[in-house]
Design a binder for this molecule. Structure first.
Ligand SMILES: [Zn+2]
Length: 491
């Protein structure tokens, strides 16, 4: 049985977004547990759909000794502040040194973290863990799970003993990915030489919304992975990349680890070729807000129509407070419509203090200077307030206990609005039910999400409309000003 140190340190960085991630953001954690150190980490993540939780559970069940070091995750945003990164990376370094001797290290990283001072933060994190293990650092397995949206770099591939990414977007397999890393790590611990690797970066970027793995072409790509792994005896990852990152190694990639260089290359080349063939399919229609609302209201028949506000996805650096889609709902006085989750701590708090059955006059949202966006100033009825303590039950957030306080349900004409004090993606029905809104009975559900909403909302949606109101997660990648992206990458 092995002694395995484990840690999670994750951030998805949208270098074009308005706000950076501070140490406080990691300390709060938002959707995920707050910054935690030492043995308490195991309890903090237990039951969550997180790679760290999945790995800990699998390793303990297999009889290994797990030594939890750190959990740190902040809501996606612009760059991680240098001070925050250095503090947390320092905690990880100290944790590894204190835990030594260990037989292996398991890291749950994101793969798209950019700091104020480094483009490729994960490569640095892995190196620091190796350094902390010195003099044995490069001989001990350091295995790493990554997000589907990882922007994998050659340095990450070289410094990790193995990289393994999620295969789903929505990320329903985060915990499962952690568990999948264990048998590979056990092979490394048994002395198998699995040090060969192959890595190819795909020469085009695609918008987040078309990388959804429940729809083609991404569904087809990820479905190839298990068979290729078996055929070639490799650990294989397709990463969709996180396109809103102006860095050299931005974009999708494929990576394999194994005993045979030729087998790694064969598996990687098969996926690479499939991606090139699928390139023209990574596109689709996005409607403007007025058009989206008109189409939703024209829908005949039962069940809610979901409108996804795909450019203001807080899971990708969105502010969750742009008002374009909500204003279109209000202008149409869309009966039976509910919009969420609008991140506005000031208005949420104002409504909570004012109380149910009262009215508040306020400027809602639009507070981050997003181009083409502005607040919605009105007198809102406060229909319901909540303590914001929500137990999630959807496929993405299942097992998560969130504190979104304060929370309020406002009404403006026929439109109802869920306002939260902490930023969260509209990816769980429980957020609405917390305030007495039954999502299945709504006529229109306007959601701040690009893809993650699908796990919980596709099963109840009569129709799903993708809407591109002005927001920080721009889907037209040609509109982004890339300066640092490597040459030859198409979009
Ligand atoms: Zn992701």
């Amino acid at each position: 049985m092995a002694r395995i140190a484990v840690a999670g340190f994750r951030h998805e960085t949208n270098t074009f977004a308005p706000a950076k991630a501070s140490l406080t953001d990691f300390e709060q954690g938002y959707s995920w547990p707050p910054l935690t150190r030492g043995p308490a980490v195991a309890e903090a993540v237990k039951g969550y759909n997180l790679a760290l939780a999945g790995f800990i559970e699998a390793a303990q069940q297999a009889g290994h000794e797990v030594v939890p070091l750190l959990w740190a995750s902040a809501s996606p945003s612009a760059h991680v502040e240098e001070r925050a990164y250095e503090r947390i990376a320092g905690m990880l370094y100290d944790g590894v040194q204190a835990a030594a001797p260990v037989d292996a290290v398991f890291l749950s990283l994101h793969g798209a973290m950019v700091t104020e001072h480094m483009e490729d933060a994960e490569a640095d994190t892995i190196k620091r863990v190796r350094d902390a293990l010195n003099p044995l650092g490069w001989r001990i397995p350091v295995v790493v799970t990554l997000d589907y949206h990882a922007n994998i770099s050659p340095a990450m591939v070289g410094r990790a003993s193995a990289l393994l990414g999620y295969r789903t977007y929505p990320h329903e397999d985060m915990a499962a990915t952690g568990a999948r890393m264990l048998p590979w790590l056990e092979r490394l611990l048994n002395g198998e030489d699995l040090s060969q690797r192959a890595f190819r970066q795909i020469p085009f970027l695609f918008p987040l919304v078309w990388g959804c793995t429940t729809h083609p072409p991404a569904s087809r790509i990820v479905a190839m992975i298990p068979k290729l792994e078996r055929e070639h005896d490799v650990l294989l990852t397709f990463a969709g990349g996180f396109p809103a990152a102006d860095i050299h190694d931005c974009g999708p990639s494929v990576v394999a680890y194994g005993a045979s260089k030729a087998a790694c290359e064969a598996a990687v080349n098969t996926l690479y070729d499939a991606m090139l063939e699928a390139e023209p399919e990574f596109t689709g229609a996005l409607l403007g807000p007025e058009e989206a609302v008109a189409r939703a209201l024209a829908h005949q028949g039962h069940g809610p129509v979901v409108i996804a506000d795909v450019q203001d996805n807080p899971g990708a650096g969105g502010t969750a407070d742009t008002m374009g889609l909500l204003k279109a709902l209000v202008a149409a006085d869309a009966e039976g419509s509910v919009c969420g989750m609008i991140f506005d701590p000031h208005v949420a708090s104002l409504a909570s203090r004012s109380g149910e059955g009262t009215e508040v006059t306020a400027a809602l949202g639009g507070k981050h200077g997003v181009e083409g966006d502005s607040s919605l100033t009105a007198t809102f009825q406060v229909e319901k307030v909540g303590d914001g303590l929500v137990d999630c039950d959807g496929p993405l957030y299942k097992g998560a206990h969130m504190d979104l306080a304060p929370m309020a349900l406002l009404r403006l004409g026929n439109v109802r609005i869920v306002v939260v004090g902490k930023k969260v993606q509209a990816a769980d029905l429980a957020f609405f039910r917390h305030l007495g809104v039954e999502p299945t009975e709504a006529r229109v559900l306007a959601l701040k999400s690009s893809v993650h909403f699908r796990g919980a909302f596709d099963p109840i949606a009569a129709e799903t409309i993708l809407c591109a109101a002005p927001g920080p997660m721009v889907m037209d990648l040609k509109a982004l000003e890339f300066k640092r992206l490597r040459a030859g990458v198409r979009m």
